[in-house]
Design a protein around this ligand. Structure first.
Ligand code: SF4
Length: 395
């Protein structure tokens, strides 16, 4: 196979010239011996813009409902109605989790939930009726209000695909939101593929949600999944779709590059997981495509023992880490202790700092990026760099 030389591409990226799709394909397909120089360029670009700081958000994870109308081939979070795990938390349970997080020094309340379960499951409709709500999104909003009224935590909602109207309704109670793009491959929605029969996972629906969030000036966390059956070129296409959205609206506050984990009991239980080298390659190319200013995250718990290596590929964030709750999406993968994260980062030459769920650049222009109530309070909770004051960080 004939490979394009990577050196001119790396020089272009370091000169802040936007790389094209074909540049990205070439970098992602480069021979293994080119990986160290690709990573070195990604790391250089990152350090030029982000210095030697790596961030995380201290959070609690609130799994509002495990019911979902989709059934992704890799998911263990969504539970079929009928079993005891198919649950929607009641307000007392939500508050108990939030209060435990507040006591442990968390700042973020991450709400994760299945997509529009009431459209598919009678059980979800029943649960919502008993809670006094018609839709899960309406209930989510009420639970954000509860957490805001009763604790100091800042909601960050991950409810999946949304309309502009729904984003507008959530904006006053959640100053940032998250939704993984995952992939732009239509192929993955075909029979036998992981997103078959998942109406909320078609690329068009995901992209529309991200575009609507941009139009409404909502800082959004998004990202891609690596290893769910996409081709390498499709990874590049997804990263470039995020780059274009950010160029249009400046609202993509971070891009997560998340490795697929094969889980027993799922349709993809027997599929191969991406190895660390494949992740390093993808992370470095993501950095080179997205530029030095983008925040690039990888979840440390999905590569236990070896996640420190990702710092060599240009990442600058570890995402949300909880000292209180498990990662309900990947319950088998315990989060590292924050003291461990700090030590691993230091070993690679980086200083760990805590951030809020809203990234510093958005806190600097609150009148544009958040509802007035957050605009008054959130900037007072950080130092001049936009990060949590070191004196208020517990490690
Ligand atoms: S990954 Fe999300 S959308 Fe897919 S089944 Fe699980 S909870 Fe539902």
């Amino acid at each position: 196979m004939c490979h394009r030389p990577v050196q001119p591409l790396l020089e272009a990226a370091l000169a802040d010239q936007p790389l094209s799709a074909s540049d990205g394909y070439a970098l992602l397909a480069a021979p293994a011996q080119a990986l160290p120089e690709i990573c070195a360029a990604a790391r250089r670009l990152r350090e030029r813009c982000k210095g030697r700081t790596v961030t995380y958000s201290r959070k609690v994870f609130i799994p509002l409902t495990t019911l979902c109308r989709d059934s992704c081939g890799y998911c263990t979070f969504a539970k079929p109605p009928g079993g005891p795990a198919a649950r929607t938390l009641n307000p007392d349970e939500v508050l108990a989790i939030a209060r435990a997080g507040e006591k442990a020094g968390c700042k973020e309340a991450l709400f994760s939930l299945g997509e529009r379960p009431e459209l598919r499951h009678e059980l979800a409709r029943e649960q919502l009726r008993s809670l006094g709500h018609a839709t899960m999104l309406e209930y989510l909003r009420a639970m954000c209000v509860l957490v805001l009224c009763e604790t100091t935590l800042i909601p960050h909602v991950n409810p999946g695909a949304l309309t502009g109207h729904e984003i507008s309704a959530l904006r006053p109670v959640s100053p940032s939101m998250g939704m993984m793009l995952e992939s732009v491959s239509e192929r993955l929605t075909e029979r036998g593929e992981p997103h078959y029969g998942c109406p909320d996972k078609t690329p068009d629906v995901r992209l529309k949600t991200l575009r609507a969030a941009g139009e409404l000036c909502v800082p959004v966390t998004s990202g891609i999944l690596v290893g769910i059956g996409e081709m390498r070129a499709e990874r590049v296409d997804a990263l470039l779709a995020l780059r274009q959205l950010h160029a249009d609206y400046a609202h993509i506050q971070e891009v997560i590059v998340q490795n697929f984990r094969a889980k027993p009991g799922t349709r993809m239980a027997g599929c191969r997981e991406p190895d660390v080298d494949e992740m390093l390659r993808t992370l470095a190319v993501a950095r080179l495509l997205l530029g030095g200013e983008m925040n690039l995250q990888v979840p440390p718990n999905l590569t236990p023992r070896e996640y420190g290596r990702y710092l060599c590929a240009g990442i600058n964030d570890w995402g949300g880490v909880s000292p209180v709750t498990p990662d309900h999406i990947n319950p088998e993968a315990a989060w590292p202790k924050i003291s461990e994260l700090k030590a691993v980062s230091a070993r690679e030459g980086y200083t760990l700092r805590e951030r809020l769920s809203v990234y510093p650049r958005y806190l600097r222009k609150p009148e544009r990026w958040m509802h007035a109530a957050f605009g008054q309070t959130l900037p007072t909770r950080v130092d001049a760099s936009g990060l949590v004051r070191e004196a208020e960080t517990i490690t």
